[in-house]
Design a protein around this ligand. Structure first.
Ligand SMILES: C[S@@+](CC[C@H](N)C(=O)[O-])C[C@H]1O[C@@H](n2cnc3c(N)ncnc32)[C@H](O)[C@@H]1O
Length: 284
Protein backbone atom coordinates (compact mmCIF):
# COMPACT_ATOMS: atom_id res chain seq x y z
CA UNK A 1 0.00 0.00 0.00
CA UNK A 2 1.40 3.42 -0.91
CA UNK A 3 0.58 7.05 -0.25
CA UNK A 4 0.03 9.35 -3.21
CA UNK A 5 1.69 12.74 -3.68
CA UNK A 6 -1.42 14.61 -2.53
CA UNK A 7 -1.51 12.38 0.57
CA UNK A 8 -4.65 10.56 -0.54
CA UNK A 9 -4.27 6.94 0.46
CA UNK A 10 -3.79 4.46 -2.35
CA UNK A 11 -5.71 1.36 -1.24
CA UNK A 12 -4.43 -0.56 -4.26
CA UNK A 13 -1.17 -2.41 -4.63
CA UNK A 14 -0.43 -3.73 -8.11
CA UNK A 15 1.68 -6.46 -6.50
CA UNK A 16 -1.18 -7.67 -4.28
CA UNK A 17 -3.62 -7.37 -7.22
CA UNK A 18 -1.34 -9.49 -9.35
CA UNK A 19 -1.00 -12.12 -6.61
CA UNK A 20 -4.58 -12.36 -5.35
CA UNK A 21 -6.73 -11.15 -8.25
CA UNK A 22 -5.01 -11.58 -11.60
CA UNK A 23 -8.09 -13.62 -12.62
CA UNK A 24 -10.11 -10.36 -12.85
CA UNK A 25 -8.84 -9.15 -16.27
CA UNK A 26 -8.64 -12.76 -17.50
CA UNK A 27 -12.38 -13.29 -16.92
CA UNK A 28 -13.34 -10.35 -19.12
CA UNK A 29 -13.77 -12.25 -22.39
CA UNK A 30 -17.53 -11.56 -22.72
CA UNK A 31 -17.29 -7.81 -22.15
CA UNK A 32 -14.23 -7.72 -24.43
CA UNK A 33 -16.28 -9.39 -27.17
CA UNK A 34 -18.97 -6.69 -26.71
CA UNK A 35 -16.29 -4.00 -27.05
CA UNK A 36 -15.26 -5.55 -30.36
CA UNK A 37 -12.28 -3.20 -30.88
CA UNK A 38 -11.73 -2.12 -34.49
CA UNK A 39 -8.30 -1.19 -35.93
CA UNK A 40 -9.03 2.56 -36.09
CA UNK A 41 -10.86 2.89 -32.74
CA UNK A 42 -9.97 5.45 -30.08
CA UNK A 43 -10.79 3.83 -26.75
CA UNK A 44 -10.86 5.16 -23.19
CA UNK A 45 -10.44 2.54 -20.43
CA UNK A 46 -11.90 3.71 -17.10
CA UNK A 47 -10.26 2.16 -14.00
CA UNK A 48 -7.72 0.28 -16.12
CA UNK A 49 -5.73 -1.08 -13.16
CA UNK A 50 -2.29 -2.49 -13.99
CA UNK A 51 -3.15 -2.64 -17.67
CA UNK A 52 -3.14 -6.17 -19.18
CA UNK A 53 -6.64 -5.80 -20.58
CA UNK A 54 -5.96 -2.25 -21.76
CA UNK A 55 -2.85 -3.52 -23.55
CA UNK A 56 -4.87 -6.32 -25.14
CA UNK A 57 -7.31 -3.70 -26.46
CA UNK A 58 -4.42 -1.56 -27.75
CA UNK A 59 -3.06 -4.60 -29.58
CA UNK A 60 -6.34 -4.87 -31.50
CA UNK A 61 -6.39 -1.16 -32.33
CA UNK A 62 -3.44 -0.99 -34.68
CA UNK A 63 -4.05 2.48 -36.10
CA UNK A 64 -6.16 3.89 -33.26
CA UNK A 65 -5.23 4.80 -29.68
CA UNK A 66 -6.06 3.70 -26.17
CA UNK A 67 -5.96 5.77 -23.00
CA UNK A 68 -6.09 3.97 -19.64
CA UNK A 69 -7.05 5.99 -16.56
CA UNK A 70 -6.88 4.81 -12.95
CA UNK A 71 -6.85 6.57 -9.58
CA UNK A 72 -4.15 4.30 -8.16
CA UNK A 73 -0.54 5.47 -8.69
CA UNK A 74 0.62 1.93 -7.85
CA UNK A 75 -1.50 0.43 -10.63
CA UNK A 76 -0.54 3.09 -13.19
CA UNK A 77 3.20 2.85 -12.40
CA UNK A 78 3.08 -0.90 -13.04
CA UNK A 79 1.06 -0.44 -16.24
CA UNK A 80 3.56 2.17 -17.52
CA UNK A 81 6.48 -0.13 -16.72
CA UNK A 82 4.92 -3.30 -18.19
CA UNK A 83 3.54 -1.67 -21.35
CA UNK A 84 6.16 0.94 -22.24
CA UNK A 85 5.52 3.36 -25.13
CA UNK A 86 8.53 1.89 -27.03
CA UNK A 87 6.56 -1.35 -27.48
CA UNK A 88 3.02 0.06 -27.23
CA UNK A 89 3.11 3.41 -29.05
CA UNK A 90 -0.68 3.76 -29.22
CA UNK A 91 -1.21 3.22 -25.47
CA UNK A 92 -1.07 5.81 -22.69
CA UNK A 93 -1.69 5.32 -18.98
CA UNK A 94 -2.48 8.21 -16.66
CA UNK A 95 -3.43 8.62 -13.00
CA UNK A 96 -6.91 10.15 -12.71
CA UNK A 97 -9.82 9.91 -10.32
CA UNK A 98 -12.66 8.94 -12.66
CA UNK A 99 -15.27 10.57 -10.41
CA UNK A 100 -13.69 13.93 -11.32
CA UNK A 101 -12.67 13.72 -14.96
CA UNK A 102 -13.77 17.29 -15.69
CA UNK A 103 -11.33 18.53 -13.04
CA UNK A 104 -8.45 16.09 -13.49
CA UNK A 105 -8.36 15.42 -17.25
CA UNK A 106 -10.87 17.77 -18.92
CA UNK A 107 -9.25 17.16 -22.32
CA UNK A 108 -10.67 13.61 -22.25
CA UNK A 109 -14.22 14.97 -22.42
CA UNK A 110 -13.78 16.30 -25.96
CA UNK A 111 -16.06 13.82 -27.73
CA UNK A 112 -13.19 12.16 -29.59
CA UNK A 113 -13.49 8.53 -28.41
CA UNK A 114 -15.23 5.81 -30.41
CA UNK A 115 -15.66 3.68 -27.29
CA UNK A 116 -15.45 4.03 -23.53
CA UNK A 117 -14.66 0.74 -21.77
CA UNK A 118 -14.49 -0.37 -18.17
CA UNK A 119 -13.98 -3.73 -16.45
CA UNK A 120 -14.44 -4.40 -12.74
CA UNK A 121 -14.00 -0.75 -11.77
CA UNK A 122 -17.36 1.06 -11.84
CA UNK A 123 -18.53 -0.59 -8.59
CA UNK A 124 -15.66 1.25 -6.86
CA UNK A 125 -15.94 4.45 -8.88
CA UNK A 126 -19.71 4.72 -8.21
CA UNK A 127 -19.41 4.36 -4.42
CA UNK A 128 -20.26 7.99 -3.74
CA UNK A 129 -23.94 8.64 -4.63
CA UNK A 130 -23.17 12.30 -5.26
CA UNK A 131 -20.85 11.69 -8.21
CA UNK A 132 -22.63 8.71 -9.83
CA UNK A 133 -24.40 10.72 -12.49
CA UNK A 134 -21.22 12.68 -13.34
CA UNK A 135 -19.37 9.42 -14.00
CA UNK A 136 -21.84 8.46 -16.73
CA UNK A 137 -22.35 11.92 -18.15
CA UNK A 138 -18.54 12.18 -18.46
CA UNK A 139 -18.45 8.90 -20.39
CA UNK A 140 -21.17 10.37 -22.63
CA UNK A 141 -19.13 13.56 -23.20
CA UNK A 142 -15.96 11.60 -23.99
CA UNK A 143 -17.69 9.72 -26.82
CA UNK A 144 -18.20 10.74 -30.44
CA UNK A 145 -21.84 10.77 -31.56
CA UNK A 146 -22.60 7.13 -32.38
CA UNK A 147 -19.90 5.93 -29.97
CA UNK A 148 -20.47 3.22 -27.35
CA UNK A 149 -19.97 2.75 -23.62
CA UNK A 150 -19.21 -0.92 -22.91
CA UNK A 151 -18.61 -2.13 -19.36
CA UNK A 152 -18.73 -4.88 -16.80
CA UNK A 153 -18.95 -4.33 -13.05
CA UNK A 154 -20.20 -5.99 -9.88
CA UNK A 155 -23.99 -6.19 -9.95
CA UNK A 156 -26.67 -6.55 -7.26
CA UNK A 157 -25.73 -9.42 -4.93
CA UNK A 158 -22.03 -9.46 -5.90
CA UNK A 159 -19.73 -11.18 -3.37
CA UNK A 160 -22.61 -11.02 -0.87
CA UNK A 161 -21.25 -13.73 1.41
CA UNK A 162 -17.84 -12.06 1.81
CA UNK A 163 -19.26 -8.56 2.13
CA UNK A 164 -21.72 -9.58 4.87
CA UNK A 165 -19.14 -11.68 6.72
CA UNK A 166 -16.58 -8.85 6.81
CA UNK A 167 -19.21 -6.46 8.17
CA UNK A 168 -20.31 -9.04 10.77
CA UNK A 169 -16.69 -9.68 11.77
CA UNK A 170 -16.10 -5.97 12.26
CA UNK A 171 -19.26 -5.70 14.36
CA UNK A 172 -18.07 -8.67 16.45
CA UNK A 173 -14.83 -6.77 17.04
CA UNK A 174 -16.50 -3.60 18.29
CA UNK A 175 -17.15 -1.57 15.12
CA UNK A 176 -20.61 0.02 14.96
CA UNK A 177 -22.66 -1.30 12.04
CA UNK A 178 -23.14 2.19 10.65
CA UNK A 179 -19.39 2.83 10.75
CA UNK A 180 -18.69 -0.46 8.97
CA UNK A 181 -21.30 0.31 6.29
CA UNK A 182 -19.78 3.76 5.75
CA UNK A 183 -16.42 2.10 5.06
CA UNK A 184 -17.98 -0.37 2.61
CA UNK A 185 -16.25 0.58 -0.67
CA UNK A 186 -18.74 -0.90 -3.16
CA UNK A 187 -21.91 -0.08 -5.04
CA UNK A 188 -23.46 -3.06 -6.85
CA UNK A 189 -26.50 -1.86 -8.80
CA UNK A 190 -29.32 -3.80 -10.46
CA UNK A 191 -30.09 -3.93 -14.19
CA UNK A 192 -33.01 -1.57 -13.53
CA UNK A 193 -30.84 1.05 -11.81
CA UNK A 194 -28.13 1.01 -14.45
CA UNK A 195 -30.58 1.20 -17.37
CA UNK A 196 -32.37 4.18 -15.81
CA UNK A 197 -29.06 5.96 -15.12
CA UNK A 198 -27.72 5.40 -18.65
CA UNK A 199 -30.96 6.67 -20.20
CA UNK A 200 -31.01 9.63 -17.85
CA UNK A 201 -27.69 10.94 -19.18
CA UNK A 202 -28.77 10.43 -22.81
CA UNK A 203 -27.56 6.95 -23.78
CA UNK A 204 -29.59 4.47 -25.82
CA UNK A 205 -29.28 1.22 -23.88
CA UNK A 206 -28.51 -1.68 -26.25
CA UNK A 207 -27.81 -4.43 -23.74
CA UNK A 208 -27.91 -4.92 -19.97
CA UNK A 209 -27.38 -8.32 -18.34
CA UNK A 210 -26.70 -9.76 -14.91
CA UNK A 211 -24.77 -13.03 -14.61
CA UNK A 212 -24.14 -15.14 -11.51
CA UNK A 213 -20.55 -16.29 -11.99
CA UNK A 214 -19.03 -18.22 -9.10
CA UNK A 215 -15.31 -17.46 -9.28
CA UNK A 216 -12.41 -19.60 -8.11
CA UNK A 217 -9.92 -17.76 -5.92
CA UNK A 218 -6.19 -18.27 -6.07
CA UNK A 219 -4.70 -20.99 -3.87
CA UNK A 220 -3.75 -20.12 -0.29
CA UNK A 221 -0.02 -19.62 -1.03
CA UNK A 222 -0.92 -17.15 -3.80
CA UNK A 223 -3.16 -15.08 -1.55
CA UNK A 224 -6.39 -17.07 -1.50
CA UNK A 225 -9.40 -15.66 0.33
CA UNK A 226 -7.18 -13.90 2.88
CA UNK A 227 -5.38 -12.02 0.10
CA UNK A 228 -8.73 -11.16 -1.52
CA UNK A 229 -10.16 -9.80 1.75
CA UNK A 230 -7.02 -7.80 2.57
CA UNK A 231 -6.82 -6.25 -0.92
CA UNK A 232 -10.46 -5.61 -1.81
CA UNK A 233 -11.69 -5.11 1.75
CA UNK A 234 -8.84 -2.75 2.74
CA UNK A 235 -11.15 0.20 3.45
CA UNK A 236 -13.43 -1.94 5.63
CA UNK A 237 -10.47 -3.39 7.53
CA UNK A 238 -9.15 0.08 8.26
CA UNK A 239 -11.97 0.58 10.76
CA UNK A 240 -9.96 -1.57 13.23
CA UNK A 241 -6.35 -1.49 14.45
CA UNK A 242 -3.74 -3.59 12.66
CA UNK A 243 -3.70 -6.10 15.50
CA UNK A 244 -7.48 -6.56 15.43
CA UNK A 245 -7.37 -6.67 11.61
CA UNK A 246 -5.43 -9.95 11.63
CA UNK A 247 -8.05 -11.46 13.94
CA UNK A 248 -10.93 -10.13 11.79
CA UNK A 249 -9.40 -11.62 8.63
CA UNK A 250 -8.84 -14.97 10.35
CA UNK A 251 -12.47 -14.95 11.55
CA UNK A 252 -13.81 -14.08 8.07
CA UNK A 253 -11.83 -16.89 6.43
CA UNK A 254 -12.92 -19.44 9.05
CA UNK A 255 -16.60 -18.49 8.80
CA UNK A 256 -16.55 -18.52 5.00
CA UNK A 257 -14.86 -21.92 4.92
CA UNK A 258 -18.35 -23.47 5.29
CA UNK A 259 -19.86 -21.79 2.23
CA UNK A 260 -16.84 -21.03 0.02
CA UNK A 261 -14.49 -23.99 0.29
CA UNK A 262 -15.41 -27.06 -1.76
CA UNK A 263 -15.00 -30.28 0.16
CA UNK A 264 -14.30 -32.22 -3.04
CA UNK A 265 -10.96 -30.56 -3.80
CA UNK A 266 -10.35 -27.84 -1.19
CA UNK A 267 -10.75 -25.01 -3.75
CA UNK A 268 -12.23 -21.66 -2.67
CA UNK A 269 -15.03 -19.94 -4.64
CA UNK A 270 -16.99 -16.76 -4.12
CA UNK A 271 -20.26 -15.63 -5.67
CA UNK A 272 -19.39 -13.00 -8.21
CA UNK A 273 -22.39 -11.38 -9.93
CA UNK A 274 -21.44 -9.45 -13.05
CA UNK A 275 -23.46 -6.63 -14.55
CA UNK A 276 -22.64 -5.91 -18.21
CA UNK A 277 -23.97 -3.13 -20.37
CA UNK A 278 -23.59 -1.66 -23.84
CA UNK A 279 -25.03 1.82 -24.42
CA UNK A 280 -24.84 4.09 -27.44
CA UNK A 281 -24.50 7.87 -27.68
CA UNK A 282 -27.09 8.86 -30.29
CA UNK A 283 -25.81 10.27 -33.62
CA UNK A 284 -27.81 13.48 -33.13
C1 LIG B 1 -10.58 -4.62 -9.68
S1 LIG B 1 -9.57 -3.38 -10.38
C2 LIG B 1 -9.91 -3.59 -12.13
C3 LIG B 1 -8.75 -3.16 -12.98
C4 LIG B 1 -8.85 -3.49 -14.47
N1 LIG B 1 -9.92 -2.79 -15.13
C5 LIG B 1 -8.93 -4.99 -14.69
O1 LIG B 1 -9.86 -5.44 -15.37
O2 LIG B 1 -8.03 -5.69 -14.20
C6 LIG B 1 -10.46 -1.88 -10.00
C7 LIG B 1 -9.68 -0.63 -10.35
O3 LIG B 1 -10.54 0.50 -10.15
C8 LIG B 1 -9.70 1.57 -9.78
N2 LIG B 1 -10.49 2.65 -9.19
C9 LIG B 1 -11.20 2.63 -8.04
N3 LIG B 1 -11.76 3.84 -7.83
C10 LIG B 1 -11.38 4.64 -8.86
C11 LIG B 1 -11.64 5.99 -9.22
N4 LIG B 1 -12.40 6.79 -8.45
N5 LIG B 1 -11.10 6.46 -10.36
C12 LIG B 1 -10.34 5.67 -11.14
N6 LIG B 1 -10.05 4.40 -10.86
C13 LIG B 1 -10.57 3.88 -9.73
C14 LIG B 1 -8.73 0.94 -8.80
O4 LIG B 1 -7.59 1.74 -8.60
C15 LIG B 1 -8.45 -0.40 -9.48
O5 LIG B 1 -7.30 -0.34 -10.29
Amino acid sequence: MTVTQNSKKDHWSSKAYNTSASFVPKLATTVYSYLDPQPTDSILDIGCGDGPLTAQIAGAVSSGRVLGLDASPSMIQTAQKDYAPSKHPNLIFQVADCTKLSKEVPEVLDGSFDKVFSNAAYHWILRNPETRKDVFSDAFKALKPGGSLVFEMGGAGNVAEVRSTIIAALAMHGVLLDEARKADPWFFPSEKWISAMLEDVGFQVERVELEYRPTRLTDHDEGGLEGWVRLFGAQLLETVSELTRAEVVRWVVEVLRSSCQREEDGSWWIGYVRLRAVAKKPQH
